[in-house]
Design a protein around this ligand. Structure first.
Ligand code: GLU
Length: 449
């Protein structure tokens, strides 16, 4: 057998050849393969069974046309996708993303990550992801509704409570889930938990909206507490201003930390006085109801500065929470965080840090918790929504929150168990190895399929 770096090179060159031009997918697989290869070579049964080769080939990919009519009566065409990556340990589970940047590469990277994230939750959830290159920005409610109905008209035949359970992601929030689920119910004449993130009145779980952001802060609290520290008075950089960022900021404020920034694709607002509960409420109204831009915050609150076209990472702070999108922390951003003595990064988004950035942060011994561990709270509560749907009951917010906390603490424990390199916890390795073993053993149990 070759050594780990030769084996990795060989594996990655095959993967690149089989999936040409899919840069984000290559990136996500490489991060996982790098930390898993030594483990796989130590366990010949995984190597011989070609687990990594099999796991990087999706079970199936569905690509379809989505036709809809805009408010002016123009016919519009988008491309819809569902990547059903692995249903090894449970039905396919993962969000839908509506964003102009959506491509097969993006959805394969997200679907691949989802397999590992979902395994970490300990719930019976496989991995999948879907979406469309549709841009909800600037569209009327009715246009979004017509798009969602057309999208679901095709998707419906591929999903179901025991088959594949989509949810939200970037561009798919409460409004879109309502339209998607309404159409699913209408087409199937069936009210089942085939989508999560539903409104509470029609089968949603309390705490699902909060879950990803709260979970990310719980993870940071665990990581700090492992180092004998806490969140009290810590200055925090949060990027994004969507669902994950809003509830990440909310929990940070509740736990006594100071949130200095939030952002959107136009730029960053930096409020040295801190974003308090009232200001955050204003942001929620701006983003969720008025669907406005974050620049308006700086006009509303004179204590804040608007950094046009900039990300938050150059501002000195103790902690960083990238909650916007993939590759938003690049090498230079990581250098800025390090030179400002940032001590920990917890990823609320999926793959927000590039490989170069992760290498720099880890080399500088900045505590770094990757998205598949840090943002697993969202899909975990989706799993709890499925359980409540099956049982036809609703748990209280306290009950769900307690379960969420327990799941995040358990993920933290597993990362420490498998990623403890002496004086530094390698959360990337810990999360990957912990998630992988369970999937790999199940694949061995199933034989050659
Ligand atoms: N899109 C979220 C994620 O990246 C949630 C998925 C879900 O709830 O199924 O994990």
């Amino acid at each position: 057998m070759n050594n780990a770096s030769t084996e990795l090179k060989h594996f990655m060159s095959g993967l690149r050849k089989r999936n040409p031009g899919e840069a984000e997918f290559h990136q996500a697989v490489e991060e996982v393969a790098m930390s898993l290869m030594p483990f796989i070579l130590d366990h010949e049964k995984y190597y011989k069974a070609r687990i990594l080769e099999r796991l990087t080939e999706p079970d199936r990919i569905i690509i379809f046309r989505v036709c809809w009519e805009d408010d002016l009566g123009n016919l519009r065409v988008n491309r819809g996708y569902r990547v059903q990556f692995s249903n090894c340990i449970g039905p396919y589970k993962g969000g839908l993303r509506f964003h102009p940047s959506v491509s097969l590469s993006i959805l394969k990277f997200l679907g691949f990550e989802q397999i590992f994230k979902n395994s970490l939750t300990t719930l019976p959830l496989g991995g999948g992801k879907g979406g469309a290159n549709f841009n909800p920005k600037g569209k009327s409610d009715r246009e979004v509704m017509r798009f969602c109905q057309s999208f679901m008209t095709e998707l419906t035949r591929h999903i179901g409570a025991d088959i594949d359970i989509p949810a939200g992601d970037i561009g798919v929030g409460a409004r879109e889930i309502g339209y998607l689920y309404g159409q699913f119910k209408r087409l199937n004449n069936r009210h089942t938990g085939a989508i999560t993130g539903k409104g509470f009145d029609y089968g949603g779980s309390l705490m699902r909206p909060e879950a990803t952001g709260y979970g990310c802060v719980y993870m940071m609290r665990e990581a700090l507490s492992h180092e004998g520290d806490d969140l009290e008075n810590k200055s925090c950089l949060v990027s994004g201003s969507g669902n994950v960022a809003q509830f990440c900021a909310e929990k940070l404020i509740q736990l006594g930390a100071r949130v200095l920034t939030m952002s959107d694709s136009g730029g960053t607002i930096y409020d040295p006085d801190g974003i308090n509960e009232d200001k955050l409420m204003w942001i929620k109204e701006l983003k969720n109801s008025r669907r406005g831009r974050i620049v308006e915050y700086a006009k509303q609150f004179p204590s804040a500065e608007y950094l046009e076209g900039k990300r938050p990472w150059a501002i000195p702070a103790n902690l960083a929470f990238p909650c916007a999108t993939q590759n938003e922390i690049e090498a230079d951003d990581a250098k800025a965080l390090i030179s400002n003595s940032c001590r920990a990064v917890c990823e609320g988004a999926n793959m927000p840090s590039t490989k170069e950035a992760i290498d720099l942060l880890q080399a500088a011994k900045v505590t770094f918790v990757p998205g598949k561990a840090a943002n697993a709270g969202g899909v975990a509560v989706s799993g709890l929504e499925m359980t409540q749907n099956s049982m036809r009951i609703h748990w209280s917010a306290e009950e769900v929150d307690q379960r969420l906390l327990g799941i995040m603490q358990n993920i933290h424990r597993k990362c420490v168990k498998y990623g403890n390199d002496g004086d530094y916890i390698d959360y990337v390795k810990g999360a990957n190895v912990a998630a992988f073993s369970k999937i790999a053993d199940t694949m061995l149990a199933y034989g050659v399929i």
